[in-house]
Design a protein around this ligand. Structure first.
Ligand code: B1M
Length: 211
């Protein structure tokens, strides 16, 4: 007999084979896929996120946990889709134009996925109009911009301007990446800044709830 807390612990510890076995066992025991996501996978990712925020674990541990969660989601996603269950919120995410760094952006995407956001990942070097088109197409509540270079930060500003010009008032814009600051976020008129992938989840939930 497997439990949701065993699954959460396996995800947090990045034990992907155990996590997959627990996920399957919980399904076999009759648990609903959504309950497994919300009460097993999400708490596991939330717990590692908290430790990351407190510098108790680092990027590799986060990536390994996210991979474990991702593999469990491969089992659960078809079942969720078949039951017509969609994530409550959708986030479009990408690294801004001219910038090819994607490790941090991927981490943020994985953490948001771990918090049960639907993710539309546009990759790197994403032009402002591509963010706008994707947010419109997917009716996203969030547009998430990552930049790692001081030289690509202006592309972040151009993206914010493009989103505002398109009249996408229902989508909030959050920004992050090593050179980005709260001051820069305020200066370019984005809706929120977070320093790391774990805080990004708290901010994303806060912003999405206001949409
Ligand atoms: Co580049 N690079 N790089 N690089 N690279 C940096 C960023 C740099 C600081 C290195 C240095 O000089 N010390 C420097 C930037 C200097 C500056 O602008 N101030 C730099 C440079 C100059 C360059 C090139 C120009 C080098 C060259 O070609 N001459 C070139 C640019 C290419 C381009 O983008 N057009 C380049 C290329 C590359 C590689 C391709 C080799 C590789 C990227 C591989 C990849 O991403 N797939 C690379 C790497 C790996 C780095 C370093 C070493 C590591 C970046 C990283 O992945 N960090 C970096 C130096 C460093 O940081 N020590 C460097 C780990 C990652 C988890 O952290 O991305 O900060 P980070 O994400 C964090 C937070 O910032 C936050 O959450 C994450 C987790 O906590 N976060 C968000 C990120 N996005 C967020 C979005 C949010 C919220 C939070 O909301 C939406």
């Amino acid at each position: 007999m497997s439990t949701l807390s065993e699954l959460a612990i396996a995800v947090e510890g990045g034990k992907r084979n155990d996590a997959k076995l627990f996920t399957q066992a919980l399904l076999d025991q009759g648990l609903k896929p959504l309950a497994i996501v919300e009460q097993g996978l999400v708490p596991g990712m939330a717990s590692i996120g908290e430790k990351f925020k407190n510098n108790e674990v680092f990027v590799p541990e986060m990536l390994i946990a996210a991979r474990a969660m991702k593999e469990c989601m491969l089992i659960l996603e078809p079942l969720l889709a078949a039951a017509g269950i969609k994530p409550k919120y959708t986030a479009v995410i990408g690294t801004v134009q001219g910038d090819l760094h994607d490790i941090g952006k991927n981490l943020v995407a994985m953490m948001l996925k771990g918090a049960n956001f639907g993710i539309v990942d546009l990759g790197t070097n994403v032009a402002p109009e591509k963010f706008v088109a994707a947010a419109q197409e997917h009716s996203a509540q969030l547009i998430c911009l990552s930049a790692l270079l001081t030289t690509t930060m202006p592309a972040m500003k151009l993206t914010v301007q493009a989103v505002r010009a398109a009249g996408l008032t229902s989508a909030k814009i959050m920004v992050g990446g090593a050179p980005v600051t709260q001051e820069y976020c305020d200066e370019i008129g984005a809706d929120g800044y977070s320093q790391d992938a774990a805080s990004a989840v708290d901010l994303a939930l806060e912003l999405a709830a206001t949409c």
